[in-house]
Design a protein around this ligand. Sequence first.
Ligand code: GAR
Length: 196
Amino acid sequence: MSKVKIAVLISGNGSNLQALIDSIEGGYINGEIIVVISDRRGAYGLERAEKHGIMTVVLDKKEYGSNEDLNKGIQYVLRSMNAELIVLAGFLTILSSNVVKAFEGKIINVHPSLIPAFCGAGLYGQRVHKAAIEYGVKVSGATVHFVDEGTDTGKIILQEAVPVMENDTPETLAARVLEVEHRILPEAVRRITQGS
Ligand code: GAR
């Protein structure tokens, strides 16, 4: 079976990208990361990709006049690389409906909460964990879902919960949730690449 061509989109540290690289190199996923796109120059995830010989493309948000132009750039790279599966792994640009339509059913995202809680516009990264702690929930977690034209509204693929402790800070909760993300994101990609 030929390997599924995966594009990974990042904005920062890229620990989820690393989990995918490790799962592919370990033979767990029948896929190949053909390109890593970052919307931020200097994102550490770019170094992670380069260490493993993966092609990187920077489409820096700050250098684009508009979100629409940035999305055109993203679409151009995905098309020219013939990406078959697009993984948003800590990617903080909202994809335009043109991109979502062009790759319908082929884009997935990992979000650091149990959707539909603590998600949607403005809730990303540490903000999610801050909101969960402030609300006082006793359980949070991570979700992998398909991307549709809404923000964090697509069909859920996998979810896993973690406890929220009395003395948690956004950082300690983020670390606990990331452990789950690093498991369920590769598992979702494995299932999709196997067609199950
Ligand atoms: C992860 O927690 C991911 O779920 C979150 O950003 C972090 C990126 O970490 N994504 C969002 O909040 C998207 N709404 P990483 O760069 O180490 O993979």
